[in-house]
Design a protein around this ligand. Structure first.
Ligand code: CA
Length: 572
């Protein structure tokens, strides 16, 4: 999806795409009474006079193709189509700008195949999310704002004269339609609580008033893409009480970070224990250098170059932990919609437990990158009865001794799947009756397939014990001169792949190697033989220094241990 989306967006040309090409004798749409826009294709040069003689109002004469577009009566168009100068008459059809999935939304849904399955279970339907911000502007790509409040003047005028609040709202809930972007949870009920003025400034007074409004109006999730470097007893108490009353509070960690990521500079209210502090990551999975750091960082989410909605029906790309927080708030809404029986604490624990470790320090990423796919799977695993008329599958995935978190369990040929939570549990709802093959897989294990029979209104139990794959690593990288031609030579590069546990050669490993020389680079891909070796040949290679690097090793039953290994060689 990722690549496809980009290609589609690149092709955002206003090309006229016609749905069907009607032949001259097959103008079946001509039953309509109203005038329609048609393309009149000519066998030779276009003749506007001919179109006019059939009552057509000429709109455009194309120069690229021998075609005139015209508004005309369908019956007249049908008659015109029979004229010998006419090659075809066809109906104009609307062409829409295509919707883009912003990288951050794509990222929090995990591997590409999980995006739509997750949405099969939850799109955040009905969950009330309050955006405490600069307000929310009307936008064709946002849900109609269900209500709101202006905490600055006590009115219900919450329109956004800044853009910040509208951008945040779009990351949470931009609509899944054919335009613009899409948010994490497009079916939530969106509430605009204006606590910041059109210059983006507010006060503890306005924020507390906004939190109070959210509590009094039954909000479930509060997003606060705002903060201050100092706290306040009133703000802390307001957050603590809202949390105790069952709301989930999500806030931007702050943009006070420094490039080395040192110090404790998380903003308030994110810093309070009752609030989830969200740091910002970039597309490469690194902490944004501006993202605040410290022990109160709880989650990290995309916050660099985030495209979303802004006032005026348009879109803009912003960076900041303000952009990260709404990704987490949106996932929280998905979780709650997937399982409405959860408490705010349980939703929070799911976000923590299913976060993806980006390999960053805890003060930078907290539990890790918020993951919609895993979080929704975990929410479903917490015991939702199957929907009427359908069955469900539940169970655990372990390695025989401990639970495997993040294992995927796929019901073949159905598009249904589950992901295990921290306890190795999964739940797949909405399974039709029948017999299915179910595949459990985990990156460190050999996948396993089992059969299961699912009956209507019943939950089948299916546990998996996966075998951990042995680790392998690149052993020796050996250069040899196979044949000499003066200042050139055929050079062979042999890589040995070994089982890390016992040093035995691994057969059938797929090895990627690059060889660099000052004149050029080579890239090879090959499979190891039964002695664990694979050999590549550089034909008629010039003298000079060579560096061979194993960049990747893949195997069906092994996982690699230490992949990158280099070896130098000089051909004199
Ligand atoms: Ca959209």
């Amino acid at each position: 999806m990722k690549i496809l989306t980009r290609i589609i967006i690149t092709l955002l040309l206003m090309v006229f795409i016609t749905a069907t090409v009607a032949s001259a004798s097959d103008v079946s749409w001509s039953q309509a009474e109203e005038k329609v826009t048609v393309f009149v294709g000519f066998n030779g040069a276009p003749d506007a006079g001919l179109v006019r003689r059939f009552g057509g109002e000429v709109r455009r004469e194309f120069t690229l193709v021998p075609v005139i577009s015209a508004r005309m009566n369908p019956k007249a168009a049908e008659a015109l189509a029979k004229n010998p100068h006419i090659r075809y008459v066809e109906l104009d059809t609307p062409v829409y700008a295509l919707q883009e999935v912003p990288w951050g939304v794509d990222r929090v849904f995990g591997p590409e195949d999980y995006f739509f399955p997750t949405w099969n279970y939850s799109r955040g339907a009905g969950v009330k999310v309050a955006v405490l911000d600069t307000g929310i502007a009307n936008h064709p790509d946002l849900p109609v704002v269900s209500g709101g409040y202006n905490a600055l003047d006590g009115t219900d005028r919450y329109t956004d004269g800044n853009g910040h609040g509208t951008h945040v709202a779009g990351t949470i809930a931009a609509l899944d339609n054919s335009i613009g972007v899409v948010g994490v949870a497009p079916e939530i009920r969106l509430y605009a609580v204006k606590v910041l003025d059109d210059s983006g400034k507010g006060s503890v007074e306005s924020v507390v008033a906004g939190i109070e409004w959210a509590v009094n109006n039954g909000m479930q999730v509060i997003n606060m893409s705002l903060g201050a470097s100092s706290g306040s007893q009133t703000l802390k108490d307001a957050c603590d009480i809202a949390y105790a009353k069952g709301l989930l509070l999500v806030a931007a960690a702050g943009n006070n970070g420094n490039p080395p990521g040192k110090g404790d500079n998380v903003n308030y209210p994110a810093k309070y224990e009752s609030v989830i502090a969200v740091a910002a990551s970039d597309e490469a999975g690194k902490r944004a250098t501006f993202s605040s750091t410290g022990p109160d960082v709880e989650l990290i989410a995309p916050g660099v170059k985030v495209k979303s909605t802004v006032p005026g029906g348009t879109y803009a790309t912003y960076s900041g932990t303000s952009m990260a927080s709404p990704h987490a708030a949106g996932v929280a809404a998905l979780v709650w919609a997937a399982n409405s029986s959860l408490s705010n604490l349980e939703v929070r624990e799911i976000l923590q437990g299913t976060a993806e470790d980006l390999g960053l320090r805890a003060e930078h990423q907290g539990y890790g990158l918020v993951r919609a796919d895993r979080a929704v799977a975990a929410a479903l695993a917490l015991g939702v009865p199957p929907e009427p008329g359908y069955g469900a599958i539940q169970g655990t995935v372990t390695d025989g001794t401990s639970p495997l978190a993040g294992a995927s369990v796929v019901v073949k040929d159905t598009g249904l799947f589950g992901v295990t939570d921290e306890d190795g549990r999964y739940f797949i709802g909405h399974v039709p009756s029948g017999s299915f093959e179910v595949v459990a897989s985990h990156p460190d294990c050999v996948p396993a397939t089992r059969q299961v029979s699912v009956s209507k209104d019943a939950t089948a139990t299916l546990d998996f014990v996966l075998i951990r794959r042995p680790l392998m690593q690149a052993g020796d990288i050996r250069f040899a001169v196979a044949k000499r031609y003066g200042s050139f030579a055929d050079i062979t590069v042999t890589v040995v792949v070994l089982d890390s546990a016992n040093g035995a050669p691994v057969s059938g490993a797929k090895v990627s190697v690059t060889v660099a020389h000052e004149s050029r680079n080579w890239a090879f891909l090959g499979n190891t033989k039964s002695d664990g070796t694979v050999t590549f040949t550089l034909k008629k290679a010039p003298t000079g220094a060579y560096t061979a690097t194993v960049t990747d090793i893949a195997h069906e039953t092994y996982v690699w241990d230490e992949v990158v290994k280099s070896q130098e060689f000089v051909l004199n």
